[in-house]
Design a protein around this ligand. Structure first.
Ligand SMILES: [Zn+2]
Ligand SMILES: [Zn+2]
Length: 344
Protein backbone atom coordinates (compact mmCIF):
# COMPACT_ATOMS: atom_id res chain seq x y z
CA UNK A 1 0.00 0.00 0.00
CA UNK A 2 1.00 3.63 -0.26
CA UNK A 3 1.18 6.06 2.66
CA UNK A 4 2.12 9.71 3.23
CA UNK A 5 5.04 10.54 5.55
CA UNK A 6 6.32 13.84 6.91
CA UNK A 7 10.02 14.30 6.13
CA UNK A 8 10.38 17.65 7.93
CA UNK A 9 11.03 21.06 6.37
CA UNK A 10 7.52 20.99 4.86
CA UNK A 11 8.17 17.89 2.76
CA UNK A 12 5.55 15.17 2.43
CA UNK A 13 6.31 12.01 0.47
CA UNK A 14 4.19 9.10 -0.70
CA UNK A 15 6.04 5.85 0.03
CA UNK A 16 5.31 2.16 -0.43
CA UNK A 17 4.66 -0.01 2.61
CA UNK A 18 3.65 -3.64 2.97
CA UNK A 19 -0.10 -4.11 3.50
CA UNK A 20 -0.64 -4.57 7.25
CA UNK A 21 -1.71 -7.94 8.66
CA UNK A 22 -3.63 -7.83 11.94
CA UNK A 23 -1.96 -9.57 14.88
CA UNK A 24 -3.72 -10.86 18.03
CA UNK A 25 -6.36 -8.37 19.20
CA UNK A 26 -5.87 -6.17 16.14
CA UNK A 27 -7.93 -5.13 13.15
CA UNK A 28 -7.12 -3.52 9.83
CA UNK A 29 -9.26 -0.58 8.78
CA UNK A 30 -9.66 0.17 5.08
CA UNK A 31 -9.42 3.94 5.12
CA UNK A 32 -12.19 6.06 3.63
CA UNK A 33 -11.24 9.45 5.07
CA UNK A 34 -8.21 10.74 6.98
CA UNK A 35 -8.28 14.29 8.31
CA UNK A 36 -5.54 16.91 8.44
CA UNK A 37 -5.14 18.29 11.97
CA UNK A 38 -3.41 21.48 13.11
CA UNK A 39 -1.12 19.44 15.34
CA UNK A 40 0.31 17.76 12.18
CA UNK A 41 1.89 21.09 11.29
CA UNK A 42 4.47 20.75 14.07
CA UNK A 43 5.86 17.62 12.37
CA UNK A 44 5.36 19.04 8.90
CA UNK A 45 7.32 22.22 9.64
CA UNK A 46 10.07 20.98 11.94
CA UNK A 47 13.61 20.33 10.63
CA UNK A 48 14.26 16.74 9.43
CA UNK A 49 14.71 14.36 12.36
CA UNK A 50 13.48 16.89 14.92
CA UNK A 51 10.00 15.37 15.18
CA UNK A 52 11.43 11.85 15.64
CA UNK A 53 13.81 13.10 18.36
CA UNK A 54 11.03 14.94 20.20
CA UNK A 55 9.13 11.62 20.34
CA UNK A 56 12.08 9.68 21.72
CA UNK A 57 13.19 8.04 18.44
CA UNK A 58 16.58 8.51 16.82
CA UNK A 59 16.76 11.44 14.37
CA UNK A 60 17.28 9.13 11.40
CA UNK A 61 14.45 6.74 12.35
CA UNK A 62 12.09 5.95 9.46
CA UNK A 63 9.08 8.26 9.68
CA UNK A 64 5.67 6.76 10.36
CA UNK A 65 2.70 7.27 8.07
CA UNK A 66 0.95 10.47 9.20
CA UNK A 67 -2.72 11.14 9.90
CA UNK A 68 -4.44 10.75 13.26
CA UNK A 69 -8.07 11.31 12.23
CA UNK A 70 -8.82 7.92 10.70
CA UNK A 71 -12.23 6.77 9.50
CA UNK A 72 -13.12 3.77 7.35
CA UNK A 73 -14.46 0.22 7.43
CA UNK A 74 -13.18 -2.91 9.18
CA UNK A 75 -11.34 -4.93 6.53
CA UNK A 76 -9.64 -7.72 8.52
CA UNK A 77 -9.58 -9.16 12.05
CA UNK A 78 -6.66 -10.72 13.85
CA UNK A 79 -6.75 -13.75 16.18
CA UNK A 80 -8.93 -13.26 19.27
CA UNK A 81 -11.06 -10.47 17.81
CA UNK A 82 -14.69 -11.55 17.69
CA UNK A 83 -17.19 -10.93 14.91
CA UNK A 84 -19.28 -9.04 17.47
CA UNK A 85 -16.39 -6.76 18.39
CA UNK A 86 -15.44 -5.82 14.83
CA UNK A 87 -17.76 -7.04 12.07
CA UNK A 88 -16.11 -6.95 8.64
CA UNK A 89 -17.45 -3.93 6.77
CA UNK A 90 -18.47 -2.04 9.92
CA UNK A 91 -18.11 1.74 9.55
CA UNK A 92 -15.69 2.91 12.23
CA UNK A 93 -13.67 5.79 13.58
CA UNK A 94 -10.55 5.14 15.59
CA UNK A 95 -9.70 6.54 19.02
CA UNK A 96 -6.14 7.01 17.82
CA UNK A 97 -4.25 6.06 20.98
CA UNK A 98 -3.30 2.74 22.54
CA UNK A 99 -2.11 2.29 26.13
CA UNK A 100 -1.60 -0.82 28.24
CA UNK A 101 -5.31 -1.63 27.97
CA UNK A 102 -5.76 -2.60 31.62
CA UNK A 103 -4.93 0.41 33.85
CA UNK A 104 -7.62 2.67 35.33
CA UNK A 105 -7.25 5.21 32.51
CA UNK A 106 -7.29 2.68 29.68
CA UNK A 107 -10.30 0.85 31.13
CA UNK A 108 -12.45 3.96 31.07
CA UNK A 109 -11.47 4.85 27.51
CA UNK A 110 -8.82 7.47 28.32
CA UNK A 111 -5.92 5.42 26.96
CA UNK A 112 -3.92 8.56 26.11
CA UNK A 113 -3.51 9.09 29.87
CA UNK A 114 -1.94 5.63 30.35
CA UNK A 115 1.25 5.81 32.40
CA UNK A 116 2.73 2.67 30.85
CA UNK A 117 3.49 4.56 27.63
CA UNK A 118 1.18 5.18 24.71
CA UNK A 119 1.12 4.68 20.99
CA UNK A 120 -0.35 7.55 18.98
CA UNK A 121 -1.40 6.42 15.51
CA UNK A 122 -0.11 8.85 12.91
CA UNK A 123 2.62 10.05 15.30
CA UNK A 124 4.44 7.16 17.04
CA UNK A 125 3.01 4.43 14.78
CA UNK A 126 1.57 4.35 11.27
CA UNK A 127 -1.53 6.51 10.90
CA UNK A 128 -4.44 7.06 8.57
CA UNK A 129 -2.83 8.67 5.52
CA UNK A 130 -2.63 5.29 3.77
CA UNK A 131 -4.94 2.74 2.24
CA UNK A 132 -4.95 0.60 5.39
CA UNK A 133 -4.43 1.18 9.12
CA UNK A 134 -3.72 -1.51 11.71
CA UNK A 135 -4.93 -0.79 15.26
CA UNK A 136 -6.05 -2.71 18.36
CA UNK A 137 -9.73 -3.65 18.04
CA UNK A 138 -10.45 -1.97 21.39
CA UNK A 139 -9.64 1.45 19.83
CA UNK A 140 -12.53 1.25 17.35
CA UNK A 141 -15.45 3.63 17.80
CA UNK A 142 -18.52 2.83 15.67
CA UNK A 143 -19.45 5.57 13.19
CA UNK A 144 -23.19 6.37 13.31
CA UNK A 145 -24.96 5.57 10.02
CA UNK A 146 -26.01 9.20 9.70
CA UNK A 147 -22.43 10.48 9.57
CA UNK A 148 -20.24 10.45 6.46
CA UNK A 149 -16.66 9.18 6.62
CA UNK A 150 -15.24 12.71 6.39
CA UNK A 151 -17.47 13.77 9.29
CA UNK A 152 -16.17 10.76 11.22
CA UNK A 153 -12.61 11.91 10.48
CA UNK A 154 -13.39 15.35 11.93
CA UNK A 155 -14.86 13.82 15.10
CA UNK A 156 -11.73 11.66 15.42
CA UNK A 157 -9.62 14.64 16.51
CA UNK A 158 -10.48 18.27 15.69
CA UNK A 159 -14.23 18.34 16.36
CA UNK A 160 -13.95 15.80 19.16
CA UNK A 161 -11.33 17.96 20.86
CA UNK A 162 -13.65 20.98 20.74
CA UNK A 163 -16.52 18.88 22.12
CA UNK A 164 -14.35 17.45 24.91
CA UNK A 165 -13.20 20.92 25.94
CA UNK A 166 -16.73 22.37 26.00
CA UNK A 167 -17.93 19.46 28.16
CA UNK A 168 -14.98 19.90 30.53
CA UNK A 169 -15.84 23.61 30.79
CA UNK A 170 -19.41 22.69 31.81
CA UNK A 171 -20.71 24.70 28.88
CA UNK A 172 -24.38 25.56 29.26
CA UNK A 173 -26.85 27.34 27.01
CA UNK A 174 -27.18 31.06 27.64
CA UNK A 175 -23.47 31.53 28.40
CA UNK A 176 -21.16 33.69 26.37
CA UNK A 177 -18.21 31.77 24.93
CA UNK A 178 -15.11 33.35 23.38
CA UNK A 179 -13.21 31.00 21.04
CA UNK A 180 -9.64 32.02 20.22
CA UNK A 181 -8.55 30.71 16.81
CA UNK A 182 -10.90 29.46 14.11
CA UNK A 183 -8.89 26.61 12.66
CA UNK A 184 -10.43 23.13 12.57
CA UNK A 185 -10.76 22.89 16.38
CA UNK A 186 -11.88 26.51 16.89
CA UNK A 187 -14.47 26.42 14.12
CA UNK A 188 -15.85 23.18 15.60
CA UNK A 189 -16.08 24.85 19.02
CA UNK A 190 -17.97 27.73 17.41
CA UNK A 191 -20.37 25.36 15.67
CA UNK A 192 -20.92 23.11 18.70
CA UNK A 193 -21.06 26.02 21.15
CA UNK A 194 -23.74 27.78 19.11
CA UNK A 195 -25.73 24.50 18.95
CA UNK A 196 -25.41 24.18 22.74
CA UNK A 197 -27.21 27.52 22.96
CA UNK A 198 -24.28 29.78 23.74
CA UNK A 199 -23.50 33.20 22.35
CA UNK A 200 -20.19 32.62 20.58
CA UNK A 201 -17.61 35.33 20.00
CA UNK A 202 -14.91 34.15 17.59
CA UNK A 203 -11.47 35.76 17.84
CA UNK A 204 -9.34 35.17 14.74
CA UNK A 205 -6.74 37.18 12.84
CA UNK A 206 -7.52 35.68 9.42
CA UNK A 207 -10.47 37.33 7.61
CA UNK A 208 -11.47 34.19 5.69
CA UNK A 209 -11.67 32.21 8.89
CA UNK A 210 -13.67 35.00 10.56
CA UNK A 211 -16.16 34.79 7.70
CA UNK A 212 -16.41 31.01 8.23
CA UNK A 213 -16.98 31.53 11.95
CA UNK A 214 -19.94 33.81 11.25
CA UNK A 215 -21.31 31.25 8.82
CA UNK A 216 -21.03 28.53 11.49
CA UNK A 217 -22.94 30.32 14.19
CA UNK A 218 -20.63 32.92 15.77
CA UNK A 219 -22.61 35.92 16.95
CA UNK A 220 -19.59 38.12 16.32
CA UNK A 221 -16.17 37.44 14.77
CA UNK A 222 -13.41 39.86 15.75
CA UNK A 223 -9.72 40.12 14.87
CA UNK A 224 -8.43 40.95 18.35
CA UNK A 225 -9.59 40.50 21.93
CA UNK A 226 -9.68 44.27 22.53
CA UNK A 227 -13.41 44.64 21.93
CA UNK A 228 -14.41 41.69 24.13
CA UNK A 229 -15.05 43.87 27.16
CA UNK A 230 -17.38 46.13 25.14
CA UNK A 231 -19.14 43.15 23.62
CA UNK A 232 -19.92 41.89 27.13
CA UNK A 233 -20.87 45.26 28.65
CA UNK A 234 -17.64 45.35 30.66
CA UNK A 235 -18.35 42.00 32.37
CA UNK A 236 -16.15 39.66 30.37
CA UNK A 237 -17.18 36.27 28.97
CA UNK A 238 -18.43 33.29 30.98
CA UNK A 239 -16.18 30.89 29.09
CA UNK A 240 -13.06 31.35 26.99
CA UNK A 241 -11.38 28.61 24.97
CA UNK A 242 -7.91 28.94 23.45
CA UNK A 243 -7.29 26.67 20.46
CA UNK A 244 -4.20 28.53 19.19
CA UNK A 245 -1.46 27.65 21.69
CA UNK A 246 -0.13 31.19 21.18
CA UNK A 247 0.83 32.92 24.43
CA UNK A 248 -0.84 36.27 23.54
CA UNK A 249 -4.10 34.48 22.79
CA UNK A 250 -3.84 32.47 26.02
CA UNK A 251 -3.38 35.52 28.19
CA UNK A 252 -6.14 37.32 26.30
CA UNK A 253 -8.44 34.36 26.97
CA UNK A 254 -7.63 34.56 30.69
CA UNK A 255 -8.14 38.32 30.82
CA UNK A 256 -11.42 38.34 28.88
CA UNK A 257 -13.06 35.88 31.27
CA UNK A 258 -15.41 37.41 33.80
CA UNK A 259 -15.28 36.97 37.57
CA UNK A 260 -16.14 33.29 38.28
CA UNK A 261 -15.39 32.59 34.61
CA UNK A 262 -13.77 29.47 33.16
CA UNK A 263 -10.87 29.31 30.70
CA UNK A 264 -9.71 26.22 28.86
CA UNK A 265 -6.53 25.58 26.85
CA UNK A 266 -6.53 23.00 24.07
CA UNK A 267 -3.88 24.51 21.77
CA UNK A 268 -0.71 22.40 22.03
CA UNK A 269 2.79 23.56 22.93
CA UNK A 270 4.20 26.94 23.90
CA UNK A 271 3.84 28.69 27.23
CA UNK A 272 2.14 31.63 28.93
CA UNK A 273 2.95 33.97 31.80
CA UNK A 274 0.09 34.76 34.16
CA UNK A 275 -0.07 37.56 36.69
CA UNK A 276 -1.60 35.24 39.25
CA UNK A 277 -3.40 37.64 41.61
CA UNK A 278 -5.26 39.91 39.16
CA UNK A 279 -5.58 37.30 36.40
CA UNK A 280 -6.76 34.39 38.52
CA UNK A 281 -7.14 34.71 42.30
CA UNK A 282 -8.94 38.05 42.45
CA UNK A 283 -11.56 36.89 40.01
CA UNK A 284 -12.07 33.30 41.16
CA UNK A 285 -11.00 32.03 37.76
CA UNK A 286 -11.16 28.37 36.83
CA UNK A 287 -8.36 27.49 34.41
CA UNK A 288 -8.36 24.03 32.90
CA UNK A 289 -6.47 22.06 30.28
CA UNK A 290 -8.16 19.58 27.99
CA UNK A 291 -6.44 16.93 25.87
CA UNK A 292 -8.71 15.51 23.18
CA UNK A 293 -11.40 13.10 24.52
CA UNK A 294 -12.00 9.54 25.64
CA UNK A 295 -13.18 6.78 23.30
CA UNK A 296 -16.65 7.18 24.83
CA UNK A 297 -16.41 10.96 24.48
CA UNK A 298 -15.67 10.43 20.79
CA UNK A 299 -18.83 8.32 20.41
CA UNK A 300 -20.78 10.94 22.39
CA UNK A 301 -19.52 13.75 20.15
CA UNK A 302 -20.60 11.81 17.04
CA UNK A 303 -24.04 11.32 18.62
CA UNK A 304 -24.30 15.02 19.49
CA UNK A 305 -23.52 15.96 15.88
CA UNK A 306 -26.21 13.58 14.57
CA UNK A 307 -28.88 14.41 17.14
CA UNK A 308 -28.49 18.15 16.66
CA UNK A 309 -28.52 18.01 12.87
CA UNK A 310 -25.07 19.57 12.59
CA UNK A 311 -23.86 19.61 8.99
CA UNK A 312 -20.23 18.86 9.81
CA UNK A 313 -19.48 18.33 6.10
CA UNK A 314 -19.62 22.10 5.74
CA UNK A 315 -16.50 22.75 7.80
CA UNK A 316 -14.45 21.06 5.05
CA UNK A 317 -13.07 23.49 2.51
CA UNK A 318 -10.61 21.02 0.94
CA UNK A 319 -10.80 17.34 -0.02
CA UNK A 320 -7.72 15.65 -1.44
CA UNK A 321 -6.56 12.31 -2.79
CA UNK A 322 -3.59 10.57 -1.16
CA UNK A 323 -1.33 11.47 -4.14
CA UNK A 324 -2.03 15.13 -3.39
CA UNK A 325 -0.89 14.96 0.26
CA UNK A 326 2.04 17.29 -0.39
CA UNK A 327 -0.19 19.97 -1.94
CA UNK A 328 -2.82 19.37 0.76
CA UNK A 329 -0.36 20.24 3.54
CA UNK A 330 1.07 23.17 1.58
CA UNK A 331 -2.40 24.73 1.48
CA UNK A 332 -3.31 23.69 5.06
CA UNK A 333 -0.06 25.26 6.30
CA UNK A 334 -1.33 28.72 5.28
CA UNK A 335 -3.80 28.39 8.22
CA UNK A 336 -6.37 30.35 6.25
CA UNK A 337 -8.63 27.50 5.11
CA UNK A 338 -11.40 25.39 6.58
CA UNK A 339 -10.88 21.76 7.51
CA UNK A 340 -9.07 19.48 5.04
CA UNK A 341 -9.28 15.73 4.51
CA UNK A 342 -7.80 13.00 2.36
CA UNK A 343 -10.45 10.70 0.95
CA UNK A 344 -10.00 7.22 -0.50
ZN1 LIG B 1 -5.25 16.26 16.14
ZN1 LIG C 1 -3.06 1.88 30.55
Amino acid sequence: MRGAVFLGDRKVEIRNFPDPTPGPGEVVIEMKASGLCGSDLKFYRSPPGEAQKSLGFSADAEPFIGGHEPCGVVAARGPGVSEKEAPIGQRVMDHHYAGCGVCKHCRVGWSQLCKAGITVYGVTAHGGHAQYLKVPARTLVPLPDELSFVEGAAVSCGTGTAYGALRRMNAVGGSTLAVFGQGPVGISATLLGAKMGMRVIAVEKNAERRALAKQFGADVAIDSADSLKDLTKGEGVDLALDTTGISEARIAAIRCAKTWGTVCFVGEGGDVTINVSPDMLRKQLTLIGSWTFSAMGQAECARFVVDNGIQLEKIFSHRWKLDQASEAYRVFDTQSTGKAVITF
